[in-house]
Design a binder for this molecule. Structure first.
Ligand code: MN
Length: 610
């Protein structure tokens, strides 16, 4: 039988070297006292000149027997010359450790396996973000400052890394000694192992809702599915873009989800800054996912994909996304295979569902807009991360009041938090959100919004900020109403409804708070008070738009908009919203025709009294 020679695989460390065994080595260099020989990239020993048998040059292959391994880690070798031999590869004996264990292994050399979730080239090393069944951590590989290490590695590859665990600031990181891209069956085994564990880990905990609710109970399976998808995105370092309507309901829904996701990201490791690198909350001006929004989101994501090696994002739309108005953006998103989740309470058009991976909407189970996006978002947030439950439990009450919900859930949510927040507190917070968001425009105003919602552990500042915002908002509303109320035109329709019209272009302040929609709402509230128990429709219009508010009138605004679009050629009619609250756009030259058409439709719908 041939002489046995061992070859250490790249992942082997000192623990895999045995005294007395002969190894395949490579001459690394020479000193006056002997020859240095590498057994793999990380292990080297010395052949004393008295034990050198033949002549060598650098990088020559050489057979060496291990004489002794000293306590300081130095290895004494002697050269072996044999006529023939067979090679046996030594795999690392120790098994891989999970990423969540790294913080307990600082200073040690470890082996890890995982999926590459991000490849970021810094001015120094290349940073590979790895995901395994337990969490996500970074590994730094260095060849030369700013030069990409292991250029063969691609996003989504399964890799095995051996390296030393280092502590950087509050973050652990593996300094890559060797990196191997796993292929074939080996890669598949690791992929399946991680996938299975991630699926289990992504399963949301079984927790009861904050309140009793038939609608929520029926929606629970879809809500759990969404929570599962969000948890998995977090665990796999997939970026998340959260889009929401920029009103109190949409903000409450989105902020509840933001709190849950960011806390879960921190918990599961990853980049120190990753929570804001991988998570973005962005308000949409209209309750639709507009082309402008998808354009920004795609531009941002594609650049990050190319520049930072990030995955393409999961898109979550809340308080928008469920109607025909969203279709164009959803179609664009599909080109890039962006997965989209909708959490909405607008009257849904079934046509959107083919573009979504999940969609929760009270209309799917016979409910209506009274179960608001904020209620749905907060419950999903609690499923994503129950740890935030106490902190966010007042958000759905703010949403309910902000969106004027009349569903039974409203009262239950208010009762839940009444010790800390009265109904008036919730109303003020909702108004403060609307007012602040008006000045924030497209910005998320993350920390300011958290102060308004009392999520920053500074109740005094929360109170002071809400107080000033509310008094400024009320002042602005009062000013606006004193200008426009005298110009309201009134009309009694055939169906008995009062129709009030106001030209917001010439009788309201422009480009300030309250904007046209809010102004129409405030006008409507006063007219409803003045006509208690009677059906009321308020129509505020400008040169090319109209906003509708109604009470006691069984309208279906999205349907009216579609009919007007067909009936008025050249009217350029579009729009939508809720059934009884919405907005319509048209071309300026056809305003009278559109408003007349609208009025005659309103005059035909059924009214309720009381
Ligand atoms: Mn809403």
């Amino acid at each position: 039988m041939d002489f046995e020679v061992y070859r250490l695989s790249p992942s082997c460390d000192m623990g895999d070297v045995e005294e007395g065994n002969t190894y395949l080595g490579r001459v690394q260099g020479f000193a006056s006292f002997g020859t240095f020989v590498q057994l793999n990239d990380r292990i080297k020993g010395l052949v004393h000149k008295s034990n050198v048998r033949t002549e060598h040059k650098e990088r020559d292959t050489i057979l060496v027997r291990v004489r002794t391994i000293r306590s300081n880690g130095n290895i004494d070798l002697e050269e072996v010359v044999v006529p023939s031999y067979q090679i046996q590869t030594v795999e690392k004996k120790s098994t891989s450790i999970q990423l969540s264990e790294l913080s307990r292994k600082v200073g040690r050399t470890v082996r890890i396996e995982g999926e590459v979730a991000q490849i970021k080239q810094t001015s120094g090393p290349t940073i590979f973000t790895l995901v395994d069944e337990s969490g996500t951590e970074n590994a730094a590989a260095f060849v030369e400052a700013g030069v990409r290490a292991y250029p063969e590695v691609e996003l989504g590859d399964m890799v095995r890394i051996v390296g030393q665990v280092m502590q950087r600031n509050s973050q652990v990181q593996v300094e890559v000694g060797s990196l191997t891209v796993l292929v074939g069956e080996e890669a598949e085994i690791v992929r399946l192992r991680i996938e299975k564990a991630l699926d289990e880990r992504s399963e949301p905990p079984e927790i009861p809702f904050l309140i009793e609710s038939t609608v929520l109970t029926q929606l629970r399976p879809e809500m759990r599915k969404i929570a599962r998808l969000i948890r998995k995105a977090v665990f796999t370092s997939q970026p998340i873009i959260l889009r929401h309507h920029a009103d109190a309901d949409g903000i409450s829904s989105a902020v509840a989800l933001e709190q849950a996701v960011v806390a879960l990201m921190r918990e599961s490791g990853g980049d120190f800054e990753s929570d804001y690198f991988l998570f973005k909350r962005a308000p949409s001006k209209a309750p639709f996912y507009e082309i402008e929004d998808i354009t920004r989101d795609l531009d941002f994501s594609l650049k990050d994909h190319v520049r930072y090696g990030q995955k393409m994002p999961l898109i979550i739309l809340t308080d928008n996304g469920s109607t025909e108005e969203d279709l164009a953006s959803l179609k664009i998103a599909r080109i890039y295979e962006l997965p989209i989740i909708v959490i909405d309470h607008h009257h849904p058009d079934a046509v959107v569902d083919q573009y979504l991976i999940a969609h929760v909407n009270p209309y799917h189970v016979g409910g209506d807009f009274g179960v608001t996006a904020g209620m749905l978002g907060a419950e999903i947030a609690r499923m994503v991360n129950p740890a935030v439950s106490d902190a966010i439990c007042h958000l759905p009450a703010v949403a309910a009041v902000g969106d004027r919900s009349e569903a039974p859930e409203r009262g239950r949510l208010l009762a839940l938090v009444q010790e800390t927040y009265t109904e008036e507190d919730c109303r003020q917070i909702a108004l403060a959100l609307d007012y602040q968001q008006f000045w924030l425009r497209f910005n998320d105003g993350r920390e300011l919004i958290k102060d308004i919602l009392n999520l920053r552990n500074n109740p005094d500042r929360h109170r002071a900020l809400v107080d000033i915002l509310v008094s400024e908002a009320n002042l602005a509303i009062k000013e606006q109403l004193s200008a426009c109320m005298p110009h309201v035109r009134r009309q009694k329709l055939d169906n008995g409804a009062h129709l009030f019209q106001i030209d917001l272009e010439i009788h309201a302040h422009k480009f300030t708070f309250p904007p046209p929609g809010k102004t129409a709402g405030e006008v409507h509230d006063r007219l409803c008070q003045a006509h208690a128990g009677e059906p009321v429709v308020t129509l505020g219009f400008g040169p090319d738009f109209a906003v509708l508010r109604s009470r006691g009138v069984m309208m279906n605004i999205p349907k009216m908009v579609r009919e007007l679009r067909d009936e008025i050629p050249g009217g350029g009619v579009s729009g939508g919203g809720h059934l009884v609250v919405g907005s319509i756009k048209f071309v300026e030259g056809m305003r009278d025709a559109v408003l007349d058409g609208l009025t005659s439709k309103i005059a035909k719908v059924d009214v309720t009294r009381g």
